[in-house]
Write a protein that binds this ligand. Structure first.
Ligand code: ZN
Length: 252
């Protein structure tokens, strides 16, 4: 092993140690934060059967102030806050269920979930902690609910769906006939062009046709008929016109 390699190995080792220390500090901090973990109950003073289970790493006083803030915000739509808004914050009080010093959030949440499953509070809307298996089961349930909701919606909107499908089919048909119309127009344009070309040939052939001028006793092409009839040669061959006597109108 040369000096360079040795140096690199040392640096790697030091980096690993620093990382490990950082991890330990982080865990120690977390442990400190969750050392004062508590599980609490929020109870309707007039109806002890109506309650909520929560957990906190802060003091109950701080958590209680947070609940009050949340109640005032429209963002919080949980059942607890709905009831607090209905009955007034002062109708509820906070009671310690137990101190639960622990190392991290998961541990505190697991304990909160234990109390939710045990006491069955009426104002909690969700579980506090889900194991991976719970999570998987939850996903399956949600999916099944969604499928059922979808099926119910389809059942309730059968006619609308059928009508929408029919409209789609119609639109598809119209699209096809628009294509057909375009093809038909193309065919017509091609035919007209073909006709014009053919006709042009016919017209040309007609203009090249030989005809006779009986006056001059010569053969000419039809195209030159107009010019021929106005030529000096043709005019010279014309028979002399009889003079027309002037019409005299007698005055009465
Ligand atoms: Zn002539």
């Amino acid at each position: 092993m040369d000096a360079q390699e040795n140096k690199e190995n040392t640096i790697e080792k030091e980096e690993a140690e620093v990382q490990m220390l950082a991890e330990q500090v982080k865990n120690a901090k977390l442990k400190q934060q969750y050392a004062c973990g508590q599980i609490y109950k929020v109870v309707n003073k007039n109806n002890p059967d109506e309650f909520y289970i929560g957990s906190t790493r802060n003091t109950l006083r701080v958590r209680w102030a947070d609940h009050k803030k949340s109640m005032k915000s429209e963002h919080f739509r949980g059942l607890l806050y709905v009831r607090m808004r209905e009955l007034g914050f002062d109708c509820f009080s906070m009671v310690l269920v137990e101190d639960w010093p622990c190392d991290n959030k998961d541990q505190l949440r697991q304990r909160e979930d234990y109390w939710i499953r045990t006491l069955r509070p009426t104002l909690n809307m969700t579980r506090a902690y889900l194991t991976p298996e719970d999570r998987q089961e939850y996903r399956v349930q949600i999916r099944a609910q969604r499928v059922e909701k979808d099926r119910a919606w389809r059942e309730a909107n059968k006619e609308t769906i059928a009508e929408s499908k029919r409209l789609k089919r119609e639109a598809h048909k119209l699209e096809i006939s628009a294509e057909e119309l375009k093809a038909e127009q193309r065919r017509k344009a091609d035919y007209a062009k073909e006709y014009r070309d053919k006709n042009k040939e016919l017209v040309l052939a007609k203009r090249r046709e030989k005809i006779r001028c009986e006056i001059c006793d010569v053969e000419i092409v039809r195209a030159s008929k107009y010019d021929h009839e106005r030529s000096e040669k043709h005019k010279a061959n014309l028979p002399v016109q009889p003079a027309v006597a002037p019409i005299i109108v007698e005055q009465a």
